[in-house]
Design a protein around this ligand. Structure first.
Ligand code: FMN
Length: 198
């Protein structure tokens, strides 16, 4: 069974991260979910999903209308003793979705100051898949330099940029396109968006 870590930061677009968790679980993967404090706040603001101190996993699965026995683990961002903090814990990839510019800066600087940053740092040092889904506009030179540093270190940058050649008719279509692109990078099958001339 494949295992992925999904990190949600305080960038706008928490719906992308939630759709990603839902799709990975549907695919049959084990998912570990970490929200930074601002990630949790922005998610609550944008979607109404609040992460309770206990029962966070059940709250997420309920919100996603998924079976309660699916292999989702929700881990607190301050739990630096979690397995995700160590390279000895196997994972098929870490996806930061959506990814704030603050997070990009911290990981580019190698800080590893909380579990989310450390999980991303570990993916880079172990040569594992790290996918960043940045959402910010416009981008400053500092943002661009930090993103370049991370791309040079091996991260895949998949910006939250919906396409229009698919002729989306709803916000859901736009979200599905971005999440589908992330799944493409991970090699996870999906039918979230129509392939061009397929
Ligand atoms: C409603 C809201 C939307 C935000 N959207 C973005 C965004 O799209 N991109 C971004 O880089 N920061 C955004 N921010 C700012 C980040 O939340 C802030 O920089 C935060 O410190 C990021 O922390 P984190 O990376 O630990 O989650 C937003 C903040 C709020 C309150």
């Amino acid at each position: 069974m494949s295992r992925y870590t999904v990190v949600m930061t305080g960038a706008s677009g928490s719906v992308y991260g939630l759709r990603l968790v839902e799709q990975l679980l549907t695919y049959g993967a084990e998912v570990m979910f970490i929200a930074t404090p601002m990630g949790a706040e922005v998610m609550a603001y944008e979607t109404g999903l609040k992460l309770p101190q206990s029962g966070a996993r059940d709250a997420v699965l309920r919100f996603l209308e998924q079976r309660p026995d699916l292999p989702l683990r929700v881990v607190a961002d301050d739990d630096m003793f979690d397995a995700a903090a160590s390279g000895s814990s196997p994972t098929d990839g870490v996806i930061v979705c959506p990814c704030s510019m603050g997070f990009v800066g911290s990981v580019a600087a190698g800080l590893g100051a909380d579990l989310a940053e450390r999980a991303a740092d570990v993916a880079l040092k172990e040569g594992r898949r790290l996918v960043l889904v940045p959402r910010e506009t416009p981008l400053s030179l500092i943002h661009l330099r930090n993103l370049t540093t991370l791309a040079e270190a091996g991260a895949m940058i998949v910006p939250a940029m919906p396409a229009f050649y698919t002729r989306p008719t709803s916000l859901d279509d736009a979200v599905n396109f971005v999440v589908g692109k992330v799944l493409d990078v991970l090699g996870v099958e999906h039918d979230l968006y129509p392939r061009w001339r397929a």
